[in-house]
Ligand binder design. Structure first.
Ligand SMILES: [Mg+2]
Ligand SMILES: [Zn+2]
Length: 211
């Protein structure tokens, strides 16, 4: 291995709350949100369809949603130190998200960090937000429109470290050399007997990477 690439999920990982979920529920239609979320939990609806459908009823102007998130969304402690450490060490750090550039960039700007970002885009039309998906339709391993192939491509021959919290991180985490997990992703890896380090904030991650 030549170096180290660190792929980090955004929603619920860099941020304390999952803002995609919260925006879909609070700015969209809570009934649609519940239906697609149940579909994801029960394994009857693919992630891509879940995200596409839960954003269709969102009609608020982008600026309004961005203002809401700037007022309400917090990043986990230590994120800036973590970005700084990666820069010092020459590690490639990439945020890999099923969310949207349009919602992620304002948060990164507010935090004063410049991080490579791989994410979907959204056309925030006032007759319903349309998701412009950038991930392959079906992953060979999980069948979802998944982050696995992109994180592998980004890492190349590097050691691959993955940091995540949820459903969309499962397959990419399984393909990684080292994993930091919390919440649903940690539960899933426990169930599967896959080893990982648990984190609550980025101070934990920094300690784990230094060890
Ligand atoms: Mg997440
Ligand atoms: Zn996959």
């Amino acid at each position: 291995m030549s170096g180290r690439t660190i792929a980090v999920d955004f929603d619920g990982t860099v941020t304390e709350m999952d803002l995609l979920d919260t925006i879909a529920r609070d700015f969209g239609d809570p009934v649609v949100y519940q239906e697609v979320d149940d579909g994801l939990d029960e394994g009857t609806m693919p992630l891509r369809e879940v995200i596409t459908r839960e954003f269709e009823p969102v009609t608020a102007p982008l600026e309004e949603v961005v203002q809401w998130e700037l007022d309400n969304v917090r990043v986990r402690d230590g994120f800036r130190d973590f970005v700084e450490l990666a820069r010092e060490q020459g590690w490639r750090l990439v945020i890999v998200s099923s969310g949207f550039h349009e919602l992620i960039e304002p948060i990164l700007e507010r935090e004063g960090v410049d991080v490579e970002l791989h994410a979907n885009r959204v056309d925030p039309s006032t007759d319903g937000w349309r998701v412009q998906w950038v991930y392959d339709a079906t992953c060979d391993s999980c069948g979802e429109s998944c982050k696995r192939s992109i994180v592998q491509e980004l890492a190349g021959d590097d050691e691959l470290v993955y940091i995540g919290d949820g459903y969309s991180d499962r397959c990419a985490a399984e393909a990684s050399d080292k994993v930091f997990a919390t919440r649903g992703l940690a539960d899933y890896l426990d169930e599967k007997g896959i080893s990982y380090e648990r984190f609550d904030d980025f101070h934990d991650v920094v300690r784990g990477l230094a060890a």
